[in-house]
Design a binder for this molecule. Structure first.
Ligand SMILES: CC(C)(COP(=O)(O)OP(=O)(O)OC[C@H]1O[C@@H](n2cnc3c(N)ncnc32)[C@H](O)[C@@H]1OP(=O)(O)O)[C@@H](O)C(=O)NCCC(=O)NCCS
Length: 163
């Protein structure tokens, strides 16, 4: 399993994986816009035998990294792709920011188990978070080693979370 930066040429694969993974998949415009904003976004793909099998996107804020999507192609699941993607993000951001954070549907046992295994802890819930069915989001985070510094850039904003 190899993890590398997402390129424009990966967008069609990422969109296919989104469609196979979510009720409300990101479309190519979303990926394209994020790739044009590389200073604030981090997009990674996992490759197995030169085939893109998964992707992760994150929003880089001043003190927090917010994972905004993570998906693996259904036939490639349980082979460590998501673990490799999250571990790569953690390794890159260690010491640069205070924590890595995400929201996950309370019903998404697979993802919750994955995140727990990777050291994320439950921080609380956000009721009525998902617009499609009003489901509650579980907020999970993991420290990245940087000391906490109050930052205006991290307050008063909302982000589209992983689904
Ligand atoms: C959740 C998801 C990203 C996991 O991807 P993956 O590449 O299969 O995950 P990994 O192979 O790295 O799994 C690591 C560990 O997570 C846990 N896990 C992963 N999928 C699981 C499942 N279906 N059921 C229970 N535990 C699971 C296991 O502990 C697994 O380790 P193991 O295989 O040794 O038992 C993938 O199932 C997916 O794309 N789901 C649909 C989209 C989604 O829910 N994204 C997350 C949004 S928050």
């Amino acid at each position: 399993m190899r993890v590398r930066e997402m390129e424009i040429s990966d967008i069609s694969d990422a969109v296919k994986i989104e469609k196979a993974s979510f009720e409300e998949p990101w479309d190519s415009d979303v990926f394209y816009r994020q790739l044009l904003n590389r200073g604030r976004r981090r997009l990674l793909v996992a490759e197995n035998n030169c085939r893109v099998v998964g992707h992760l996107a994150a929003w880089l804020k001043a003190s927090t990294v917010n994972v905004t999507t993570l998906a693996v192609e259904p036939t490639a699941r349980r082979q460590g792709a998501a673990t490799a993607l999250v571990q790569k993000l953690i390794a890159e951001q260690r010491g640069l920011r205070e924590k890595i954070k995400l929201q996950v549907r309370v019903s998404n046992r697979a993802a919750r188990t994955l995140y727990k295994k990777l050291g994320f802890e439950e921080q609380g819930t956000q009721e009525n978070y998902y617009v499609d069915n009003g489901e509650t989001a579980l907020v999970m985070s993991r420290p990245l080693g940087r000391r906490e510094v109050a930052s205006a850039a991290d307050t008063g904003r909302t982000s589209k979370a992983v689904r």
